[in-house]
Write a protein that binds this ligand. Structure first.
Ligand SMILES: CC(=O)SCCNC(=O)CCNC(=O)[C@H](O)C(C)(C)COP(=O)(O)OP(=O)(O)OC[C@H]1O[C@@H](n2cnc3c(N)ncnc32)[C@H](O)[C@@H]1OP(=O)(O)O
Ligand SMILES: N[C@@H](CCO)C(=O)O
Length: 336
């Protein structure tokens, strides 16, 4: 395996290979990372599912020999998932180790359901019949709720953050503008897509307070320069074709499709569930999490993360997210 897409930048990726045809693919690989040890009863496994441009590297900044920070360092040892066997795959169709569209000229369209079915095969391979918890935010939350609907007996508890039961018209609309940008200019389009997306990931109030109308020496508005920075940064670390595949998968997300609607689908969930949203999230507004909390039989009342950072708060407000994880995931001390 060669190249940044297949590489193992943190020195701790593993790969699962499925060698039979699957969802229009001849087979696939999932890159994944793990933390901790699976106990003898296989009862301490926790699945962490990343968002659109995330990856398997949930944590690492605290590990000797693996100095690269993860995107949820605060949740893994030492943290609320201490004592658990944490598994984090790179999503099918992604570009950080798993099979993705850069490998096949005619990569098939994937759905969130396909991605979860691939993750279920990984769970089988790891000997995990039932997850003590499945955790996910945004696109990771779409996969988490799909897990709990399609495999209810395999999900004991569930944390859904800043996510939805079905992609809304506004989410699909914003995504379609991003897809057009990439298709119109495959070289520059990913940066344009990230600019559009990143504005939706932050709140109007935060952008105003941080940048206002300030202009830099080079003549760009500060907010313009900030978006240019995020565009360039994503273009360095992400593949445009994967971005298209994953965005289309998010657009396909509707847990109720072919299942009698969202209410009927959510009614299948047996997991103890916490649903949380962010008070300043304009992309996945609280009404969407309220629908999830009302529809899932074992869900507590909706929890609200207070933050100025908008949708990205599920990645930034780790103290509030960590408190939710501690509440949900039973202690597994001694099993590491
Ligand atoms: C550790 C990893 O590799 S994570 C990889 C996987 N990533 C993920 O899973 C999530 C993807 N990441 C993200 O979504 C985002 O980066 C977040 C949510 C983590 C960012 O959250 P924040 O910490 O609030 O960062 P913020 O939006 O303020 O951006 C900070 C960056 O903007 C830059 N910046 C701030 N103002 C300006 C400006 N006016 N002009 C140019 N750049 C600016 C900062 O220098 C900083 O740069 P750096 O990230 O290269 O250090
Ligand atoms: N900042 C997040 C937003 C998507 O939820 C990401 O890039 O994955």
């Amino acid at each position: 395996m060669t190249g940044w897409r297949f590489g193992d930048p943190n020195g701790r990726r593993k790969w699962f290979s499925h060698t039979e045809p699957f969802a229009g693919l001849p087979g696939f690989q999932l890159a994944y990372e793990t933390w901790g040890t699976l106990n003898a009863e296989a009862s301490n496994a926790v699945l962490v599912l990343h968002a659109l441009t995330g990856d398997s590297h949930v944590a690492g900044g605290v590990e000797p020999g693996h100095p690269t920070p993860g995107w949820w360092d605060a949740l893994v040892e030492p943290g609320p998932l201490d004592g658990c066997f944490v598994v984090a795959p790179n999503v099918l169709g992604g570009c950080q180790g798993s099979t993705g569209p850069w490998q096949y000229p005619a990569f098939p369209a994937l759905t969130i359901r396909d991605q979860v079915a691939a993750e279920a095969l990984l769970a089988d391979y790891l000997g995990i019949g039932r997850w003590a918890a499945v955790l996910g935010g945004s696109m990771g939350g779409m996969r988490a709720v799909e897990w709990a609907v399609s495999e209810p007996e395999r999900v004991e508890s569930l944390l859904l953050l800043a996510t939805t039961a079905a992609a809304s018209a506004e989410q699909i609309g914003l995504a379609s503008a991003q897809l057009h940008a990439i298709r119109a200019d495959p070289r520059e389009g990913l940066g344009v897509a990230r600019r559009i997306a990143h504005i939706s990931y932050r709140s109007e109030q935060e952008l105003q307070a941080r940048f206002g109308r300030q202009v830099q020496e080079d003549g760009r508005f500060e907010v313009e320069s900030y978006l240019d920075h995020h565009a360039a940064k994503l273009s360095r670390r992400f593949d445009a074709a994967s971005y298209v595949t994953l965005t289309e998968a998010m657009n396909s997300h509707d847990v109720g499709r072919g299942r009698g609607g969202v209410t009927a689908a959510l009614g299948r969930v047996t997991a103890r569930t916490l649903v949380a949203g962010v008070d300043s999230d304009r992309l996945y507004p609280l009404a969407q999490q309220r629908e999830l909390a009302a529809g899932i039989p074992g869900a507590d009342d909706l929890r609200v993360i207070t933050s100025p950072y908008g949708h990205d708060a599920f990645l930034i407000e780790t103290a509030q997210v960590g408190a939710l994880v501690s509440e949900l995931v039973p202690a597994h001390s001694g099993s590491r």
